[in-house]
Structure formats: structure tokens, C-alpha cells
Design a protein around this ligand. Structure first.
Ligand code: ADP
Ligand code: MG
Length: 286
């Protein structure tokens, strides 16, 4: 009978750390034509490490790091942890800011006696009319830009690594006839490098959380039913807007709540595994 087949799918999933929220989730997965992934924490490890500091003319490396630390000291973004680790390691004392404002998907604005700071994506600075040097992040990395009192101060190159099984997971999905896509708030250079390394078909960069949802809707109208996989850090709206929403790894609580499928593992191979369990369950059910 149908319910029994779904139970076998749920059992097979749980052995691999894949939790389906009931038969409905499995049924929805059987129809998926495209898998859309968030970059940070889904395709990459999400463990950033500071690699290089590139001060602008007239600034020293320690100054750039102190300014970044001033902005990031209370942020929970994965980028912040890597900057604060470097601040601590180099014995740098950040300024005491009077105000700190985090702008989702862009970065941080902070004001202190020493000056007003911007720390984040290139577009955060461009929005304030400040031009930067060319983006220089390499594969899997991200470049964080700094400005003080409206003046470009330099950038920090922060490396993240593509998950070990990312390429083989993408290959497996393609063999299942699935179109793969990646959405990110990060810059196009970094996004393209990750796509090239993993074989992901479509990449869309520089997206704000609400733009990710719009892009997902576009992919659905082109390819059909869509599964979104993310860690839930500012992507809960996309997760809820997909035909199947999946939360990966140590995802945020809100994401686990909103998800149809939860991956207890951070391995990307869980995605093609979930798809093949759903397909096999469908065959038994018929
Ligand atoms: P993703 O889409 O890869 O999950 P986010 O939407 O979290 O990335 O962030 C998009 C971009 O915004 C980052 O690549 C970074 O440039 C910038 N950004 C966001 N939060 C911060 C922060 N706390 N400090 C510096 N930069 C940030
Ligand atoms: Mg994210």
C-alpha cells in the first residue's frame, strides 16, 4: 500500500541523516526538476579564514583589520568570526563604536569617535558612492571591503572552501536529470569560481534575500518544480517559497521549522540521495 512505501522511504532516509517531513515531502521530491542551492554553508563549508589584507594607498594592514573588527565584533555572520579570530591573533583592539547597524546581505555600518565605517560587499560601498579597487577574491573566497569617512580603506580576502563532495553530488544530480543552480549574495567572481569547480549549471550572484526568491520563481517557470537547499541564515523566505524546502547541516531553528526535508549532515551528497530515495519510494508505491 502507499503509506507502507512511504514508511520505507522515511526509514532509508533516516539511516543517512535525511529527515522527510512525512509522505507529502517524499511525493513532492519525486517531481523535482531543478535543485537551487545557497552558496555559503551549502556548497561551501561556511568556515571562513582571513587570508590577506589589501590596504588602500595611505592605510596600514593593522588599521584595516581594526576597522573591520570594530564593525564585526557583535555580528553572528560567518564572515565576522574569521575577522574577529584574526583581530585576536594579532592583538588588535577594535574601536568602541557608538552605533552598529547590520544590513542583511550587504554588511555593516558603524559609527565611532575615530570615524564612520562601512564593512561589507562592494555594493555596500558603491551605494554610498565609494568606489573600490577591482575584486581580487580567488576560488571559494570572498572579498570584504572597508571604507572610513566616505573613503575607500582597503579589503580583506576571506577564504571559504568548497565542500569535498560538492562536485560528485552535482554530477549525481545531473545524472538524475536535475538542473542545478546556485544563488548567492556574494560577488560574481567568487560565485563563478565555485560554479566552475563544482559543475553547477546556473549561477546568480549579488542577490539580496528577497531577490533570491524572485530568482527561484524564475527558475521554476523555466524548468518546473524546484527544491531549494540552504542553511537558513537569511534565506528562510526562499526556503518557504520553494516546492520543496530543505535545511542543511546545523541550520537555523527557523529554517528547520520551515523545511520539508532536513539534512542532519552537511555533506552535499545527501541531496542526490534524498532524490533517489524519493524516486525509489515512488516505484514501490506504484
Ligand atoms: P550568501 O548568499 O553567500 O549566503 P549573504 O547573503 O549572507 O551570503 O551575504 C552576502 C554578502 O554580503 C557577503 O558575501 C558579504 O560580501 C556581505 N556581508 C553580509 N554580512 C556581512 C558581514 N557581517 N560582514 C561583512 N560582509 C557581509
Ligand atoms: Mg547564506
Amino acid at each position: 500500500s502507499v503509506p507502507l512505501a512511504f514508511f520505507s522511504g522515511i526509514g532509508a532516509g533516516s539511516k543517512l541523516g535525511i529527515l522527510f517531513k512525512g509522505g507529502i515531502a517524499i511525493e513532492a521530491l519525486q517531481n523535482v526538476k531543478a535543485v537551487v542551492m545557497d552558496k555559503t554553508g551549502t556548497v561551501t563549508e561556511g568556515n571562513f579564514e582571513l587570508q590577506r589584507i589589501l590596504p588602500a594607498k595611505g592605510f596600514a594592514e593593522e588599521q584595516v583589520l581594526a576597522m573591520a573588527g570594530t564593525c564585526e565584533q557583535n555580528s553572528t555572520h560567518p564572515i565576522a568570526a574569521s575577522i574577529m579570530a584574526a583581530v585576536q591573533k594579532q592583538g588588535i583592539t577594535p574601536w568602541a563604536p557608538d552605533s552598529v547597524k547590520e544590513i542583511a546581505g550587504k554588511g555593516i555600518e558603524a559609527a565611532a569617535e575615530e570615524g564612520t565605517l562601512l564593512c561589507g560587499s562592494r555594493s555596500l560601498l558603491l551605494d554610498a558612492g565609494i568606489s573600490t579597487d577591482d575584486e581580487r577574491a580567488e576560488s571559494g573566497g570572498t572579498e570584504v571591503f572597508l571604507a572610513v569617512n566616505g573613503k575607500y580603506a582597503g579589503s580583506l580576502i576571506i577564504a571559504d572552501t568548497v565542500k569535498e563532495d560538492a562536485k560528485s553530488a552535482v554530477t549525481a544530480m545531473k545524472r538524475q536529470g536535475i538542473v542545478t543552480a546556485m544563488l548567492t549574495g556574494d560577488g560574481p567572481e567568487t560565485a563563478q569560481a565555485v560554479a566552475a569547480e563544482t559543475g553547477i549549471d546556473e549561477v546568480h550572484a549579488k542577490l539580496l534575500p528577497e531577490e533570491k526568491l524572485r530568482e527561484l520563481t524564475q527558475i521554476r517557470s523555466t524548468h518546473g518544480s524546484v527544491m531549494f537547499v540552504g542553511d537558513g541564515i537569511n534565506d528562510a523566505p526562499v526556503l518557504a517559497g520553494a516546492d520543496v524546502g530543505a535545511a542543511m547541516g546545523s541550520g537555523a531553528d527557523a529554517a528547520i521549522e520551515a523545511a520539508d526535508v532536513v539534512f542532519m549532515t552537511s555533506a552535499m551528497s545527501a541531496i542526490p540521495q534524498a532524490l533517489s530515495i524519493a524516486k525509489a519510494t515512488g516505484r514501490i508505491a506504484k
